[in-house]
Design a protein around this ligand. Structure first.
Ligand code: COA
Length: 355
């Protein structure tokens, strides 16, 4: 029998494979294919970043146009997916998205095209599920950039500036190396399962409150406070009980999450007088004082989406619609050099029981 290696619970600090898609450098910067994400967000569009993540380099104008066209032309809900959405009328949009994606027919032989088609459809799957489950008329997609169309689909409004801010957040959400949903997707891909199955795994994993589900809980937390004193009291109580405060802590960032700091800085530009933002900063400082855990992206993203006029129902699905481009890259990377991911376990049950 081969030598066994016992790794820490939760695979903390265990490097399980190589990736050329994203990493965190020695200074705590998140890099996408070598570029600092906070610079990409300022200087490049969501489509540029998605192309970079999926294809490994930034596009030239022609490549960008073709990529944007491919996404735009795959927007839309086909008859079968629409039937599923109409039957489900599901208000929990992550549950809706997972069901619609898993139902999706596997008609392409071209896996790359299928994955891009799927990613392009996420915004409308989400929008239509929301509208039908709330008895609202579906929205027709508008012309414009990816984030303009997405912003319209989830708010019903045309607002290029807010859409631009939304695109920035979506770029920040797009990729984060072996996070739980991406790793789950890679496990599924490593069995040579098709991309639809792999995306379904990733969506199911993203839903949990320790991962993508965190952002939809954070706003509820803020809505309970009238002032900073109440917020601090709540934080202190949670810590005294040994409970987690949503939006804090991260497996990789132990001092600062650069994405959270970027969003906080943007919030100060967009809404300098926001009461929630003031409470958030006090909570952030208190958490650091008490537990030395930093605010993560979800903490400030929840406030940011609220200020952009986006309903809480969309927070985690919006994360999914961004991260799906990372999932495409990881699916391809896993299969380019595949070995079945199948760890061993240390058995702790009984032995030798007699019947
Ligand atoms: N609130 C309070 N304390 C927290 C905390 C939080 N949100 N996150 C971490 N901690 C504390 C833990 O209690 C632990 O303290 P201890 O050593 O005194 O027991 C320490 O920080 C390490 O936390 P741990 O849960 O072991 O870290 P992890 O790497 O396994 O978990 C998360 C990372 C993200 C799952 C965890 O921080 C968490 O549950 N956060 C809340 C959910 C969230 O915001 N998720 C979105 C992630 S981007």
């Amino acid at each position: 029998m081969a030598e066994e290696i016992i790794v820490p619970k939760g695979l903390v600090n265990v490097i399980v494979d190589k990736t050329a898609i994203a990493t965190t450098d020695g200074n705590g910067n998140l890099l996408y294919r070598g570029y600092k994400v906070v610079e990409l967000v300022e200087k490049k569009s969501f489509e540029d970043a998605a192309y970079l993540i999926v294809n490994g380099r930034l596009p030239d104008q022609k490549e960008k146009d073709e990529f944007s066209y491919k996404i735009r032309s795959n927007f839309g809900v086909d008859a079968e997916a629409r039937k599923v959405i109409e039957i489900l009328k599901e208000k929990d949009l992550m549950r809706a998205l997972r069901n619609i994606v898993s139902f999706y027919h596997y008609k392409h032989t071209q896996v790359d095209d299928l994955m891009l088609e799927m990613a392009a459809k996420f915004p409308e799957f989400i929008s239509l599920s929301y509208r039908l489950s709330h008895g609202l008329e579906p929205l027709e997609p508008i012309e414009g950039t990816y984030s303009e169309r997405f912003y319209h689909l989830i708010t019903g409004k045309k607002d290029p500036l807010k859409a631009k801010y939304l695109g920035m957040l979506m770029t920040l959400y797009m990729e984060h190396e072996f996070n739980a949903s991406t790793f789950a997707l890679r496990v599924t891909a490593s069995t040579l399962a098709d991309p639809i199955s792999s995306f379904t795994t990733a969506l199911a994993t993203l839903k949990g409150p320790l991962h993508g589900g965190a952002n939809s809980e954070i706003l509820d937390f803020f809505k309970n406070f009238n002032n900073t004193e109440e917020a601090v009291r709540y934080v202190d109580q949670q810590i005294a009980k040994g409970e987690k405060v949503m939006g804090f802590g991260h497996r990789i960032y132990k001092r600062l999450d650069p994405r959270a700091q970027f969003v906080k800085a943007k919030l100060k530009e967009i809404a300098p007088d926001s009461k929630i933002l003031q409470i958030a900063e006090v909570v952030e400082n208190r958490m650091w004082e008490k537990k030395s855990v930093p605010a993560n992206l979800d903490f400030y993203a929840a406030i940011y989406m609220d200020i952009l006029g986006i309903s809480q129902d969309f927070y985690t699905p919006l994360f999914a619609a961004s991260r799906v481009f990372g999932w495409i890259a990881h699916y391809k990377e896993q299969l380019a050099d595949n070995r079945l991911i199948r760890p061993s376990s240390s058995y702790s049950g009984p032995l030798g029981l007699k019947l």
